[in-house]
Write a protein that binds this ligand. Structure first.
Ligand SMILES: Cc1ncc(COP(=O)(O)O)c(C=O)c1O
Length: 470
């Protein structure tokens, strides 16, 4: 970590982080004080950063979508902590979600049901019924789900509101930024959405009087930051929507949802990959321009009446990522001189809690919570405490640190906690929400008892001392 690297990470936080005499603060709270109250490892999310970020995303699309309102449906999966979902509900957001658990958190957060999209493949009957009962929109992934929605609507004596997930195909030889696979292969085989072949049958099924079909959606995913590819898919999505309208006898969408996949300002994604050529991620404003301009061109091919049509966007990583940090304690400094000199900074966290590092080859900036004004810096490897190789930062240039010192992994608010797992029975960290000078525990840390709570011993194994088989 050079000083400029540290300063850049702080500067890129858009006011969420700052230093006072070398001490790192998130909003108005010194991070070391936070950890005295809520021990590390710890996720910390800034409430004002989250509010600022969602407003900025909405404004970016409002500036360029001329037909109607813009509705942000944050991807619940990226950070399903109830308090964060409540903040976003207060901001007027909907929710993009998958499964009964995420539906429950959105409902408890107070998200308006009509603004929720129940997405995902192979939805089960009970979850569709719950969605229809609540007035939640079901985003149809397969013809089979249309029948389930009709049955639920009949049983409940009410109409079900459906949207249709499309699978636009845009011919490109572009490759995924992070892992280099051809985007066409990944997207063409990605399971979600109604296959083109099923659109006519879906159109017939969707005329059932129990159903109201309000819109279309697609999600391209975070395969690239190349705006020409994002534009190509957006245009193709517009054209496909126009084709569907024609195929379904002039049906017109009232909502068009372009999904998520927008790059966060500090796109850690893919950067740990040695072959990765890191393009600067486009801003959300640029993203919005390219998406809407191209979507508009595609839609224009069908002459649809879009007056009042709502544009929906489903940011996950680009919304939650920049608003959170993960704090870890240095437990031990280990050095070797042979076969070559090497230093490990061994921490109390793990890649199991920072899963974007192994899963997405992410490389979040790692900075000391106390930055000494002077002193040498050295190249070290920052590692986690699980039995895996657990490399958190392959080569970090950090000041000399001692056990007990703290490190912050910046911009780790998306997917890390949501994907955290328990190898070595390591209990998952707490999440704290910071608001000005206040800090609130919004998700407690797991305990070892939590981890063992699901296990039971059958009768014949009750006694540890007797080994006899029955
Ligand atoms: C349907 C849908 N919408 C939105 C998202 C959020 O994507 P991202 O976090 O890349 O913005 C996802 C992520 O998988 C998704 O499947």
């Amino acid at each position: 970590m050079s000083e400029s690297y540290d300063a850049a990470a702080v500067a890129l936080s858009d006011g969420m982080l700052r230093r006072e005499s070398g001490r790192l603060l998130i909003e108005e709270v010194p991070v070391d004080v936070l950890v005295e109250r809520f021990p590390a490892p710890l996720f910390v999310v800034s409430e004002s950063a989250l509010r600022r970020r969602v407003r900025r995303i909405r404004a970016a699309f409002e500036r360029v979508w001329r037909h109607g309102e813009v509705l942000v449906l944050p991807a619940v999966k990226a950070n399903p902590v109830l308090a964060l979902q409540r903040v976003l509900a207060q901001e007027g957001c909907g929710a993009d979600l998958v499964g009964a658990g995420e539906l429950e958190v959105a409902v408890r957060a107070g998200v308006h049901p009509g603004r929720i999209s129940l997405n995902g493949t192979a939805k089960d009957r009970a979850t569709i019924e719950r969605a229809v009962a609540l007035g939640v929109r079901v985003t149809v992934d397969d013809v089979r789900e249309i029948e389930l929605a009709v049955m639920a609507a009949r049983a409940l004596g009410k109409q079900a509101d459906l949207r249709v997930r499309l699978r636009p195909h845009f011919e490109t030889d572009a490759r995924m930024d992070s892992f280099g696979m051809p985007i066409n292969d990944i997207y063409g085989t990605y399971k979600s959405g109604l296959p083109y072949d099923d659109l006519a049958e879906a159109g017939r099924a969707l005329t059932a009087p129990e159903l109201r079909v309000s819109g279309v959606m697609m999600h391209m995913g975070r395969y690239t930051t190349d705006l020409s590819v994002i534009g190509g898919y957006s245009r193709r999505f517009g054209e496909l929507t126009a084709e569907v309208s024609e195929l379904w006898g002039g049906w017109t969408p009232r909502t068009i949802d372009v999904g998520g996949g927008f790059a966060p300002p500090v796109d850690g994604f893919g950067r740990a990959n040695p072959d990765f050529v890191a393009p600067d991620p486009p801003s959300i404003e640029r993203h919005a321009e390219v998406v809407c301009e191209n979507l508009g061109k595609g839609l224009a091919s069908g002459g649809l009446d879009l007056e009042g049509c709502v544009l929906e966007v489903e940011p996950g990583r680009a919304l939650f990522g920049p608003c959170g940090i993960h704090v870890a304690t240095l437990l031990n400094v280990k050095r070797q001189t042979r076969p070559f000199p090497f230093t490990w900074y061994e921490t109390d966290t793990t890649q199991l809690f920072l899963s974007e590092i192994p899963d997405e080859a992410a490389r979040p900036p790692v900075i000391p919570v106390h930055l000494p004004e002077t002193g040498d810096r050295a190249e070290v490897r920052v590692v986690g405490r699980s039995c895996m190789s657990d490399v958190l930062a392959r080569t970090a240039t950090l000041p000399a640190m001692r056990p007990g010192d703290l490190l912050a992994f910046c911009f780790t608010g998306a997917y890390n906690d949501a994907n955290a797992s328990n190898l070595n029975l390591l209990p998952r960290p707490a999440t704290v929400l910071v608001n000005g000078t206040h800090a609130h525990l919004v998700r407690r840390a797991e305990t070892i008892d939590d981890l063992l709570a699901r296990d039971t011993l059958p009768d014949h194994l009750r006694h540890p001392a007797t080994g006899a088989a029955r």
